[in-house]
Design a binder for this molecule. Structure first.
Ligand SMILES: Cc1cc2nc3c(=O)[nH]c(=O)nc-3n(C[C@H](O)[C@H](O)[C@H](O)COP(=O)(O)O)c2cc1C
Length: 189
């Protein structure tokens, strides 16, 4: 086989990622960090992981309270989301940007304007040299009836922000291609 590919920047991450706002209470005020390095880590318990730079202000609140929130912004919050990603709570007060509410954990600030929000308890901080992988168990997940179809979350209605590299742009989801765990059954080997 001949190598027909060209080698590209191996330090990048070409895959599209959901962008979330991770919230914590720092020195008595809610603070939010924009995070694109985010994923689900385990099913039961339902553990989510966010990679947070070691110098980030939000990390202080996560450490202190052992709780944090994960908020999924729609495209209408693109300016606010980007603002939280280019300004640190160490320089600006980000507590008034969003209408904030608290759930049962009482110390994980969630954003009313986000269609899906979660409150998590910190389970582990894993040292990743430049970042900590912040692992948290989802204790409560919230949404609203208007984002659902037949009782389940509808991605079209959520209209969540997607972050892409290397262009560093926010996108929205496109069209459904096929049903997962299903279309493959019709593949003829
Ligand atoms: C689109 C986007 C994605 C980002 N993803 C991450 C990330 O995954 N992890 C991280 O530590 N910082 C990320 N950042 C940078 C932080 O959001 C930024 O440094 C922020 O100001 C930190 O806020 P804080 O110091 O108040 O916690 C991202 C920024 C943008 C604009």
């Amino acid at each position: 086989m001949i190598l027909t590919k060209i080698e590209i920047d191996s330090g990048g991450s070409p895959f599209p990622k959901p962008v979330v706002l991770v919230g914590s209470v720092v020195d008595g005020l809610p603070n939010f960090i924009t995070v694109a390095w985010f994923n689900r880590m385990s099913r039961s318990p339902n553990v989510w992981g966010a990679c947070v730079g070691k110098t980030k202000h939000t990390l202080q609140g996560i450490n202190e309270n052992r709780t944090f929130s994960v908020n999924f912004p729609s495209t209408d919050l693109v300016k606010e989301t980007d603002y939280c990603g280019i300004h640190s709570g160490m320089e600006v007060d980000k507590s008034k940007i969003f209408d904030v509410f608290y759930g049962e954990l009482e110390s994980a600030p969630m954003i009313n304007g986000c269609p899906v929000t979660a409150e998590c308890t910190l389970t582990e901080l894993i040292d990743m040299s430049t970042h900590y992988l912040v692992l948290g168990e989802v204790k409560h997940l919230y949404s609203e009836e208007k984002y659902m179809t037949d009782g389940v979350l509808d991605q079209k209605k959520l209209n969540l922000l997607i972050f892409t590299n290397p262009a560093r742009q926010y996108w929205t989801l496109g069209e459904v291609v096929a049903d997962a765990y299903s279309i493959g059954k019709s593949y003829d080997v």
